[in-house]
Design a protein around this ligand. Structure first.
Ligand SMILES: [Zn+2]
Length: 998
């Protein structure tokens, strides 16, 4: 992908009429290189915004205002169900078929508190219009079959489906998804705040669905909600990319023909301001073995101004970022330094996904009776800031961050267009200017002017919107080790009562309905239905793998890779230090070393001063660890990678900051050190419930390959246990942590371990090279210093290959099974990539998600870590899921894919390989490939093998592999303790070793 540094010339003007659309406004925003067109469809009133630019990753998103009036989750269940099929595309699961066989770079749907958005993106024009065509039809004319409602929403069934004597239970994909969400403390805190601040409008309800309320939703209410809100008159369509506005309008005119204007009452009423602060106390589930001491979170939250009050909204965004956005933020600092809690509440910051914005801040790792002191501290600190004002450097640093992040082309898990889309809907949905949030240069000019007119403008914001604003809440969320059991007891009683109240006929109907649903789910689509979906041909795919410009050379003897890529005026520098010979007992310290190096003081400055310096001159400074096998299968690499990014004008200063932290980092401030450790420990702990499948995979895989072992040591449950230990022993001052870290950094931060990686255009590369040369002259060189061990570590022996069940407090489980797998050079790599896709979107999707009711079921083949893994996410089953995995292992032997299925999988696999990357990621990935010795010729050869894949070939390879790998398969299940015990009773001979989380 390439970007250029200019807006496309306008092709129409305000007042024009094209294809039945009125052009309302045309505006260019130079810094993000777009020409924006705001339009309206005359016949239906559909509003359209196109950001025309030269990005080939085009995005189409249709969004509706969908304010709920209850917590049945009807907007969310609808979001899942409309994508099943329409009259024109009468499939059982059109979404999954699109996912399988298109070059989509993004396909999803989002339920927000008041809107539902359906975005798709692709880099290939024909594919893009295919996707947009199907999506629009599905959304506007869905079939909404009863079966979809049962499957996605909720339905009753017997725990043993064929046996009416067994217990009744409720199943449904959204139902299980939300059970997972209601086990996460962060989600629960956020919901509590939302309900308290908005008691009188639509936000009093949970659009996602409260698991206790979801079962009360009827099929009729579900259909009625679609009729009310999914009309073109209530739609806002967001378009982004290099396809012309003209072509989009022509396409949309066709899509909207046949629809007229309808009156839709979807107005979101503002919450009236109240004069009395609210107080809340709630609970979240805690693991039985975990201590409840210092596990409470306390939050203050305020309702702020309307999103559409653009000037106030902008000033508030900056004011809130100054308060808590960096380590130099005075409110963040006061809370952390108070030690009333361990780290900042994850529900901290400004939230703009409501009509009236919300600001929240608080502490995690505290006790309920600290709440009044925490609240008082917040108020006192705000008062002090109001009186004394903000540090001018902090003001400048925060404005610099707005500029930097406005300018940066960033595409991580989502297209860049999605980021712009989010900003547009924040104002557009409420009748405001959709471009207000995107035009950051204008915003910065306005802020500077306001600041010049009134230097106390931010203090005034704080006074009126925080200090004097009594529309706020103090929310306490405490741990409960009995909550899950209580919920389950109530649920079982409900089911028992329900069953007792039903006649034999009614019970029989539940059984036959469930059987019918299962039959519906197992029957494949007819060939005629399948043929309705437009699809690319394999011949339309490019044969060659995308190449990333890379020039290799030496800078003062250090290997350097330079990537000449357009970056919109931002320079990216990666510094990768080899850590493969770091002794085993020091390996778990590496993540903390990275965290502390980037977040403590340096070169005579304390951490606050350093944080200010970073905010002023860098767009970000971070460190992470990465490891993978070599492509040839002859070893592996392990690196500690520092990354810094800066506007060209700040490169010198940014590299100096990096030099200071690497050569003159200050590890002496014990308090700060343990605050950071607590924050990392709590963050890791909180990420387990939302990413349980990843943790389960790490646990299962740890004994299978060295990169997997490192992943577990650095990022998994093992790291969490290690952090807990350090946090426990640390603060007394008896620890030798600082000493160990000092030894480690003297060993690691050296020239002879270093590879440099630079990404920018020619101008930026020259600046970077110059700045970096100065850095190198200060790093210790070869020879001297602590000599690392020369013996290769026996890391794998750290993890015993046994099946494990890890107890975590959640109502749904995460089931992983991992196997050793070959690397890139193996002739079967291409088959395994395609086969894992076929299984994920086919067999596993069907059995674990559609029939099992789990939120997700998939497999992954990762040649870089030498792993193949089956995973499930928010899964109501354990034993059944493991049986599905076993069946999947032999499924491909008996059931060869049809040519059509295979072609879809090939297209999907190529689509995944061609996933677009933002400029910094392209440079980074080129470096990773270099470490692994994966060259363009090998990538192109793999690609050609995928494109030429044949049915027999694929079946033989995967069957052969899975038979061979079966012996290495290791299971790890993260789930609730009782469920693990019940599962173990059924898993005779293969039982799980039950362990507590830490
Ligand atoms: Zn969902």
């Amino acid at each position: 992908m390439t970007w250029k540094n200019n807006c496309p010339p306008p092709t129409m003007a305000a007042g024009d009429q094209r294809h039945g659309f009125n052009v309302l406004r045309v505006e260019q925003i130079e810094d993000i290189r777009v020409t924006a067109y705001e339009m309206e469809h005359v016949n239906t009133g559909t509003k359209v915004l196109h950001l025309h630019c030269d990005d080939p990753e085009n995005l189409y998103a249709i969004g509706f205002r969908t304010p709920p009036t209850d917590s049945t989750g009807v907007p969310h269940i609808l979001e899942h169900s409309v994508l099943a099929g329409s009259e024109k595309f009468p499939l059982k699961d059109a979404f999954n078929e699109l996912l399988k066989g298109s070059l989509q770079t993004f396909i999803n749907a989002f339920t927000y508190p008041d809107k539902t958005i359906y975005p798709v993106a692709s880099q290939v024009r024909n594919d893009f219009f295919n996707l947009a065509r199907v999506y629009t039809d599905l959304v506007l004319r869905p079939r909404l079959l009863k079966e979809s409602f049962y499957q996605e929403g909720h339905h009753l069934e017997f725990t043993d489906p064929d046996n009416p004597e067994s217990e009744l239970t409720i199943s449904g994909i959204v139902y299980n998804e939300m059970k997972g969400a209601y086990s996460s403390p962060d989600t629960l805190m956020f919901k509590a705040i939302q309900e308290s601040l908005f008691p009188d409008n639509t936000y009093a309800h949970d659009s996602g669905g409260n698991p206790e309320v979801i079962p009360s939703l009827t099929y009729e209410q579900f259909k009625a909600f679609h009729r009310s809100y999914y009309s073109p008159s209530n739609a806002r369509i967001f378009l982004y990319g290099d396809i012309t506005t003209e072509d989009h309008l022509q396409f949309l005119a066709e899509m909207l023909s046949g629809f007229g204007k309808t009156a839709v009452d979807s107005l979101i009423v503002s919450q009236e301001k109240r004069e009395k602060p609210d107080y809340l106390r709630g609970a979240y589930p805690l693991g039985k073995e975990e201590t409840a001491v210092r596990k409470t979170t306390v939050n203050s939250a305020w309702m702020l101004a309307e999103n559409t009050d653009i000037e106030t909204a902008l000033l508030l965004k900056i004011a809130c970022a100054m308060l808590v956005g960096s380590s130099a933020g005075p409110l963040r600092k006061a809370l952390i330094d108070s030690h009333l809690g361990e780290d900042l509440s994850p529900v901290t910051g400004l939230e703009a996904d409501f009509k009236q914005m919300v600001f929240a801040v608080g502490l995690r790792g505290t006790e309920p009776d600290e709440a009044p002191r925490i609240e008082a501290l917040i108020q006192e600190t705000l008062q002090k800031i109001y009186t004394d004002g903000f540090d001018p450097e902090l003001v400048e640093g925060t404005i610099h961050q707005v500029e930097f992040h406005g300018k940066e082309i960033s595409r991580t898990s989502m297209p860049y267009g999605i980021i712009l889309m989010g900003g547009a809907y924040h104002t557009w949905l409420y009748g405001g200017d959709p471009l207000a949030g995107l035009n950051f240069p204008l915003a910065i000019r306005q802020v500077r002017k306001r600041l010049a007119d009134n230097p106390a403008v931010f203090q005034r914001m704080i006074k009126s919107w925080l200090i004097d604003n009594r529309h706020r809440v103090l929310s306490i969320l405490e741990p409960s080790s009995t909550l899950i059991e209580e919920r389950e007891t109530v649920f079982r009683q409900k089911m028992t009562d329900l069953k007792a109240s039903l006649s034999a006929q009614e019970l029989e109907k539940i059984r036959t309905d469930a059987v019918a649903l299962r039959r519906f789910q197992t029957e494949p689509d007819t060939p005629e239905a399948a043929a309705t979906l437009p699809r690319l041909k394999i011949s339309e795919l490019s044969r060659e793998a995308d190449k990333i410009p890379t020039e290799k050379s030496l800078l003062q003897g250090v290997p350097v890779l330079r990537h000449d890529i357009f970056t919109n005026g931002i320079a990216y520098l990666d510094m990768a230090f080899d850590v493969s010979d770091v002794l085993e007992d020091l390996q778990p310290f590496l993540p903390i070393l990275g965290k502390l190096t980037t977040s403590m003081g340096a070169a005579g400055l304390d951490y606050e001063a350093m944080a200010k310096r970073i905010a002023l001159k860098a767009g970000g400074l971070s460190c992470h660890l990465a490891s993978a096998n070599n492509a040839a299968g002859d070893g592996n690499w392990q690196k500690m990678i520092f990354q810094v990014k800066a506007l060209y004008r700040n490169v010198d200063e940014a590299v100096k900051i990096l030099t200071d932290i690497l050569t003159a980092g200050d590890l002496s401030q014990q308090d700060r050190m343990y605050d950071l450790i607590a924050a990392r420990k709590n963050g890791l702990h909180a990420s387990i419930v939302p990413s349980g499948h990843i943790f389960a995979k790490r646990t299962a895989a740890a004994a299978l390959s060295l990169p997997a072992c490192r992943d577990e040591q650095w990022h998994g449950r093992t790291q969490l246990g290690f952090m807990n230990g350090i946090a426990r022993t640390g603060k007394g001052g008896h620890s030798d942590l600082a000493e160990k870290l000092d030894r480690l950094r003297r060993m690691v931060f050296r020239l002879d371990r270093l590879t440099l990686n630079m990404t920018a255009d020619q101008e930026g590369l020259a600046t970077l090279s110059q700045a970096t040369a100065a850095l190198l002259s200060q790093l210790p060189g070869r020879g001297a210093g602590d000599a690392p061990s020369t013996a290769r570590p026996a890391a794998l022996s750290y993890f015993v290959p046994i099946h494990r069940g890890i107890a975590i407090p959640t109502e749904v489980s995460y089931v992983a099974k991992a196997f050793k797998a070959p690397g890139y050079a193996d002739p079967r790599a291409a088959s395994l990539l395609v086969a894992s896709r076929l299984l994920s979107n086919g067999y596993l999707y069907k059995h674990i998600r559609v029939q099992g009711g789990a939120y997700g079921g998939m497999c992954q083949y990762d040649p870089a870590s030498g792993l193949f893994a089956f995973l499930s996410y928010r899964d109501p089953h354990i034993v059944e899921t493991l049986q599905v995995y076993r069946n999947a292992q032999t499924f491909m032997t008996g059931s060869r894919p049809t040519r059509e299925e295979l072609e879809k999988a090939i297209i999907g696999t190529i689509g995944a390989l061609d996933r677009p990357m933002d400029p910094s990621t392209r440079g980074y990935v080129a470096m990773i490939r270099d470490f692994a010795g994966l060259d363009d010729a090998a990538r192109s050869s793999l690609r050609r093998k995928i494109l030429a894949m044949e049915e027999a070939h694929l079946g033989d390879d995967i069957s052969h592999y899975l038979v061979e790998a079966a012996a290495s398969g290791i299971v790890a299940v993260y789930g609730e303790e009782n469920r693990l015990r019940v599962a173990n009773a059924a898993l005779t001979g293969n039982s799980l070793n039950l362990e507590s989380l830490v």
